[in-house]
Design a binder for this molecule. Structure first.
Ligand code: BES
Ligand code: MN
Ligand code: ZN
Length: 496
């Protein structure tokens, strides 16, 4: 469950709560809320600053228990770093650390003044939204296949109020909806591949549609896709006992005759590489190869929960890429749904082979106003941009600008790579219209170039989230990116 969020209009020194949360900058500079507590409590915060117990380092936390003169049972003092350089990213960080600290205390609720801090260029609504999303992010626990680490003796932190005016209500409402989308994406992506297979994702999509009035769901199985000519997608799925699915969710929040926006997400529930088998170390992380699917589904959930006045479709091609006697092979020539033939030079470049048919089908079926795909598509994108920015590719400068701006606003940033035709020759093939890989250089871009051949005449952008969809390593979990970016982009479309 997401945390419960609300707005509070109160004074920090007199609010009735198990805990108030206030910020202190480096060098002992108090925020106005901290100053009010400090003077009511006879200098309790300043004393700890002078003793060095509170240093104001960004994200540091200190608990004062039952300080005399204030109503709250505790005061959680959160370090904000230097005031001069305080920015949006720091704002997010301190809210995450505050929520972590609250989660470790024996209490169920708190009132936070951390949405009350000035952030250059951002208003109160943004601050409340970002603080709530950061808190919910920190509060998320994966428990589907593992027992909670500290089983339930102490009270569970469950609700957080932010001191802010009524003008922040929009931000709070958006946060509640987007937090659900982010959780949906994280949970789906974190599930192991022996649970989360193509049929499982289809069931989750159907269940969501059944629970929501304006949402419909269509699922194509392998027999139906065969009839329609999904030759590229089906080839990838052939080596697995878990059969492919094409999943489409439709949300009608806009006018009947209005064309929808479309999301398409790569749903490879496990990518072993196929016959071009991946090396063993870290292969388990390829359960996250449906991160694009999780991200677009989470974006869809957010849009529905916000009740945005627009039409939206979300299409997920889902397969498992495995080595087997029936697997597709390097050298195979596939006929895609578009009719174009593809020479397979590496069965590990499978994401583009399922996305291409999904993009063709989405364009034909819905004539969308714009198509955004998200995919954990290339290791090359991780080399280029690391874990901080998703790779954005589009031939449409206006659409690219919209997405970059949405990423900035939502702190879920993307960075643009070129999709110039100069790169297209890298896909040349003697035996088919083109090949599925483009050689050593510019791997993220040539993957984008491959997809561009299936989006002719469409207003289309591609997000390579290979570096951003999960935190790597033994303890790494799904991040829920790019749900916040997609949700923000849709919000922006409704404000036009
Ligand atoms: N799912 C991978 C991309 C990936 C790799 C994402 C590592 C995150 C971390 C994709 O299907 C893949 O294997 N891509 C190949 C393409 C290559 C064969 C042209 C890659 O990036 O190595
Ligand atoms: Mn692969
Ligand atoms: Zn893959």
């Amino acid at each position: 469950m997401t945390l419960q969020f609300s707005l509070a209009s109160a004074h920090p020194e007199t609010v009735e709560t198990p805990c108030v949360v206030v910020g202190v900058y480096e060098n002992g500079l108090l925020t106005s809320a901290a100053a009010r507590i400090d003077s009511a409590a006879d200098g309790a915060i300043k004393r700890q600053v002078e003793s060095g117990d509170i240093n104001g380092k960004a994200g540091s936390t200190t608990v004062l228990f039952a300080p005399a003169g204030v109503t709250a049972q505790r005061v959680l003092v959160v370090g904000l770093g230097s005031q001069k350089t305080f920015d949006a990213a720091r704002f997010q960080k301190v809210n995450i650390e505050a929520a972590r600290a609250l989660g470790g205390l024996p209490l169920e609720s708190a009132v936070s003044w951390l949405a009350d801090i000035d952030v250059p260029g951002r208003d109160a609504s943004w601050r409340v939204r970002t603080a709530a999303l950061a808190s919910d992010y920190a509060a998320y626990r994966y428990t589907a296949t593992v027992k909670p680490r500290n089983p339930g003796k102490q009270p569970q932190f469950a609700s957080l109020a932010f001191a802010a005016g009524a003008e922040a209500q929009t931000g709070l409402d958006q946060a509640v909806a987007i937090a659900e989308g982010v959780r949906f994406a994280r949970e789906l992506a974190n599930l192991p591949p022996n649970i989360c297979n193509p049929v499982y994702i289809a069931e989750q999509a159907k269940a969501f549609a059944d629970a929501h009035d304006k949402v419909g769901c269509l699922v194509l199985d392998e027999v139906e896709m065969e009839k329609l000519g999904f030759g590229s997608l089906l080839a990838v799925g052939r080596g697995s006992a878990n059969k492919p699915r094409l999943i489409a969710l439709e949300y009608r929040g806009g006018a009947e005759d209005e064309k929808p926006y479309a999301f398409v997400g790569k749903g490879v529930t496990f990518d072993a590489g196929g016959i071009s088998l991946k090396p063993g170390p870290g292969m388990d992380e390829m359960k996250f190869d449906m991160g694009g699917a999780a991200g677009v589904l989470g974006g869809f959930v957010s849009a529905v929960k916000m009740g945005l006045p627009l039409n939206l479709v979300c299409v997920v091609p889902s397969v498992e890429n495995m080595p087997d006697g029936d697997s597709y092979r390097p050298g195979d020539v596939l006929t895609s749904l578009s009719g174009q033939t593809i020479e397979v030079l590496n069965t590990d470049a499978e994401g583009r082979l399922i996305l291409c048919d999904a993009l063709t089908w989405t364009a034909q079926t819905f004539q969308p106003r714009a198509i955004i795909d998200a995919a954990t598509l290339t290791g090359a994108c991780v080399i280029a941009l690391g874990k901080h920015a998703s790779g954005l590719m589009s031939k449409h400068d206006d659409l690219a600008a919209e997405l970059l701006a949405a990423g900035e606003a939502a702190l879920d940033r993307a960075w643009r790579l070129p999709l110039w035709d100069d790169y297209q020759v890298q896909l040349d093939s003697t035996f088919a219209d083109f090949a599925n890989i483009g050689g050593k250089s510019a791997g993220a871009i040539t993957a984008g170039c491959f997809l561009s051949r299936f989006t002719d005449g469409q207003r289309w952008a591609h997000l390579d989230i290979a570096g951003t969809a999960w935190d790597e390593g033994r303890k790494g979990m799904a991040t829920g990116r790019p749900v916040a970016l997609l949700a923000q982009w849709l919000i922006d479309r409704t404000e036009k």
